[in-house]
Ligand binder design. Structure first.
Ligand code: TXA
Ligand code: MG
Length: 296
């Protein structure tokens, strides 16, 4: 595919490229090239340097960057490739730009499952640092159009491979603590590492601003009906102007979450309301993003 070769060429030349993963679209650069990584921050308009996730092709590549313990091996064997990010000690001499780790002694690493991201990793032959491909504090992009609307000319190339399937960012785990809930749920993690059942799902990763996922308009949670001037996003029996999932399916709701927030922001209503979503399973990740979107 010509676009893929062009993207890999741009990465190797120190450029940035927007690329879909199974969770959200990412804005990728060679993680070893600090000037390239700086271009990510510039395009996003990030005021601060949050540490970024490094994406690699497989466990062997991850082990060249990070130091794995038994728990990390269990988790990566079970969930990679997939939407799980592990925060691990940075390996000495890993060659990752310090801008990626924001100077921390740890690095966040994951092996993505999406064919476009995997093809780019192979073709560019580089570890790719990639935050979500949205302007700082904007809604995460689950379609190429979201990236274009949020970042515009700041991104020279968007690999368009349709809507992402998971819809919310990867689960982040450090040790046996969930720093950010995501598609790999607490229940799924607890099946392979029992102690994780007791881990808190509400500890913030450093730099995870409370308003990180905010739409432009005020947002009200746990709404069972819409008020005047409010765009109601329903779920299950709660119907509205739009729905996360008419059938009350939390997995479908996660996949549609950011898309519905984008539509709500684009509507002619001045405020947004969202129906309650059960906390079980991936509901924890949905509610985490909704609470952040409501916080201002
Ligand atoms: O699904 C995803 O994870 C997407 C796709 C593109 O892979 N990426 C993503 O990246 O959500 P970003 O930059 O939006 O979120 C990265 C999160 C931040 O909250 C950051 O604080 C945390 O990862 N993080 C990165 N390195 C860390 C570290 N060493 N220790 C703790 N948290 C870290
Ligand atoms: Mg983000």
């Amino acid at each position: 595919m010509a676009a893929l070769r062009e993207a890999a060429t741009m990465i190797r030349a120190g450029g940035i490229v927007a690329v879909p993963t199974e969770t959200v679209y990412g804005l990728a650069a060679d993680a070893r090239d600090s000037a390239a990584v700086a271009r990510i921050y510039a395009a996003k308009g990030r005021p601060d340097f949050n540490p970024l996730i490094v994406h690699v092709t497989d466990l062997a590549a991850a082990e060249r960057i990070a130091v794995f313990d038994d728990d990390a091996r269990v988790l990566s064997t079970r969930f990679w490739p997939g939407p799980l990010t592990l925060v691990l000690p940075l390996r000495e001499g890993a060659g990752i730009a310090s801008l990626v780790t924001a100077g921390l002694a740890t690095v966040a690493v994951r092996v993505p499952a999406h064919r476009a991201m995997r093809a780019l990793l192979a073709e560019a032959a580089a570890p790719l640092a990639a935050p979500s491909a949205n302007a700082s504090n904007g809604i995460s992009p689950t379609r190429a159009e979201h990236v274009a609307a949020s970042l515009g000319a700041a991104v020279p190339l968007i690999l368009d491979d349709g809507a992402t399937t998971e819809g919310v960012e990867s689960t982040i785990v450090a040790g046996r603590t969930i720093l950010r809930p995501g598609p790999v749920t607490a229940e799924m993690l607890a099946e392979v590492l029992p102690v994780m059942a007791g881990a808190t799902a509400h500890v913030s990763a450093p730099g995870q601003l409370a308003t990180h996922y905010a739409p432009a308009k005020p947002l009200r949670l746990d709404a069972v009906s819409g008020g005047a001037g409010e765009w109601l996003i329903g779920f299950g029996a709660v119907t509205g102007d739009d729905t996360l999932s008419a059938g009350g399916d939390p997995v479908e709701a996660a996949a549609r979450l950011f898309d519905t927030l984008h539509r709500a922001d684009a509507s002619d209503c001045t405020r947004i309301a969202v129906a309650p979503v059960p906390e079980a399973g991936i509901g924890a990740a949905i509610n985490d993003r909704l609470r952040r979107a409501a916080h201002r």
